[in-house]
Design a protein around this ligand. Structure first.
Ligand code: TYM
Length: 329
């Protein structure tokens, strides 16, 4: 039995990338493992959300995750800010995280490019808080998409560094996990880059079937292959990548052959892709509406989740403080 920790920032609605990068694996694992699933609402503060938006986003993301099939009766589902022990471990880990390595983190460099007017210390130490989220439950496995690979590498390093510094074998080094071997990156519909929450290139779990059809039909392609056997261009390759995770292998094979023989009609491919996406996430969209309206249920889930998460986290904090040298008089 493994301990699994999975998290999502509460900065916007869930999209297909989140679903295939992090949630789908979790759904399979939750029944056989000790699983923690949480909303990273402290991480979302790096972009300075308004108070009313913060709350609404946490609620929406929680409802969306539950709608996917995360079962709060088997997994521990909680909100990061309900578990203050995480911030205590974050503080302790910060003492052994070096400014140089934090400044070299890809996500930090990206953020300072994107928000040059708000380069706060929370952005710099983002990977330390993430490491605290994971190792506070002594996780072995973390289902994440490719964009989190470096953060997981840093988590392993911080765990190892703690163990070495104090001469203990305390924290396991957690592995990034995906059902295939490689971590996946779901591309956006705009022809280049990954699907994101704020890039305007995503299919969201809460989208209606009509919205999904419209978005997919507008996805960027090209003017069509000119020579038999030609490799798909980046935008078309991206559509095949999405098709690979939502469609039947025979469907992918059919359209690949059509492309290779220059007979492909992108309109037909997109129609099929939209229907396959709807088949998978359509039922989730329906459930989101019911769950988000059920405040009582959501309140019960997070209060029970916080209690379970705090039991595990406070045990770690007690042991870690003892290892560091905090002793009772
Ligand atoms: P976030 O909220 O950006 O994304 C949540 C999860 O979705 C994955 N993901 C993707 N996977 C494939 N293709 C995509 N286009 C795509 N976009 C997003 C992410 O890899 C992630 O697994 N820092 C994290 C939140 C976090 C966390 C943690 C995760 C905080 N603490 C501890 C795991 C464990 C983040 O911003 O993810």
């Amino acid at each position: 039995m493994e301990t699994v920790v999975s998290g999502i920032r509460s900065t916007g609605n869930l999209h297909l990338g989140n679903y295939f990068g992090a949630v789908k694996n979790f759904l399979k694992m939750q029944y056989e493992n000790n699983c923690y699933f949480f909303i990273a609402d402290y991480h979302s503060l790096t972009t300075h959300p308004k108070p009313a938006d913060l709350h609404a986003n946490i609620k929406q993301v929680l409802a969306e995750y539950l709608a996917c099939g995360i079962d709060p009766d088997v997994a521990t589902v909680f909100i990061q800010s309900d578990v203050p022990e995480v911030t205590e471990l974050y503080l302790l880990l910060n003492m052994n995280a070096y400014v140089g390595e934090l400044e070299r983190t890809t996500s930090f460099k990206e953020k300072i490019r994107k928000q040059p007017d708000n380069i706060n210390a929370g952005l710099l130490t983002y990977p330390v808080l993430m490491a605290a989220d994971i190792i506070i439950h002594k996780a072995n496995k973390v289902p994440v998409g490719q964009d989190q690979a470096q953060h997981l590498e840093m988590t392993r390093r911080f765990a190892r560094r703690f163990n070495t510094m104090y001469g203990v074998e305390y924290f396991p080094e957690p592995d990034a996990y995906n059902f295939g071997k490689k971590l996946i990156k779901i591309p956006g519909l705009d022809g280049t880059g990954k699907m994101g929450k704020s890039e305007g290139n995503g299919v969201f779990l809460a989208d209606t079937p009509a919205e999904i059809r419209k978005k997919v039909m507008r996805a960027v392609t090209d003017t069509g292959p000119q020579t038999p056997g030609e490799k798909p261009s980046e935008p078309v390759h991206n559509l095949f990548t999405i098709m690979n995770v939502v469609s039947d292998p025979s469907t992918v094979k059919y359209f690949k052959e059509q492309h290779a023989s220059c007979q492909i009609r992108y309109g037909d491919m997109k129609k099929q892709l939209a229907e396959d996406i709807i088949r998978i996430i359509g039922p989730v969209g329906e459930r989101i509406k019911e769950i988000v309206a059920d405040n009582k249920y959501l309140a019960r889930v997070v209060s029970e989740g916080a209690e379970k998460a705090r039991a595990s986290a406070s045990l770690t904090i007690r042991e870690v403080k003892e290892i560091i040298g905090y002793r009772p008089f």
